[in-house]
Design a protein around this ligand. Structure first.
Ligand SMILES: *[C@@H]1O[C@H](CO)[C@@H](O)[C@H](O)[C@H]1NC(C)=O
Ligand SMILES: [Fe+2]
Length: 193
């Protein structure tokens, strides 16, 4: 009996000590914020920076004098800035909830030259679809962890925008298909400039 209560006392002590060793300044803001959410948000920061890199690379291609499509360059540059803003939004969110940012390497795009504006727009659409997929996974994970704050953040700050950017890219692709290459591309470029 005495042995048992000594053992329980030691166990209780260990539990208390390990709780105190947790980031106690942030225990209150980390309520319901699990380590898997922290790690998925860190991955999402990397996804947004990867997309930023892709769009920066595309913008630099269309900005070449020999390519001569400044409207597409402007459109893609804006998209790159948007991705960076989104990464920053996730960084601020992690800090607010008491998570820690762990930046990962940014992956360069798989190619640096594009056959056409249509080629770039189709790749951009693929990237946005992938990002949306990841955001849904993050949102569902947060839901499983009963973290309505994170669910709301992802839905209101990210998912709505994903839907509209996918719609915009679809529309651009449809118009590029209709206009055709050459003069058609130049006309659409003028609209984007
Ligand atoms: C989207 O994901 C698919 C499957 O993982 C991958 O093959 C493709 O390269 C990704 N697209 C972009 C633009 O990252
Ligand atoms: Fe995006």
């Amino acid at each position: 009996m005495a042995r048992f209560s000594l053992l329980s006392a030691i166990l209780l002590h260990l539990v208390v000590v390990s709780m105190q060793q947790g980031d106690d300044e942030t225990l209150d803001i980390r309520q319901r914020f699990g380590s898997s959410s922290v790690s998925m948000i860190n991955d999402q920061i990397q996804n947004e920076f990867n997309a930023m890199y892709l769009y920066e690379s595309m913008a630099s291609y269309f900005g070449r004098p020999s390519v001569g499509l400044p409207g597409f360059k402007k459109f893609l540059k804006k998209a790159a800035n948007k991705e960076r803003e989104r990464a920053h939004k996730l960084i601020d969110y992690l800090n607010m909830r008491g998570g820690h940012v762990r930046l990962k390497p940014i992956t360069p795009p798989s190619k640096f030259e594009w056959f056409s504006a249509l080629d770039a727009a189709e790749t951009a659409l693929g990237a946005e679809k992938n990002i949306t997929q990841e955001l849904y996974r993050l949102r569902d994970r947060a839901d499983m962890e009963s973290d309505p704050h994170l669910v709301d953040f992802i839905e209101s700050e990210f998912l709505t925008e994903q839907v509209t950017s996918i719609r915009d890219l679809r529309e651009l692709i449809a118009r590029l298909n209709k206009a055709g290459s050459g003069l058609g591309e130049l006309i659409l470029d003028k609209e984007l400039n």
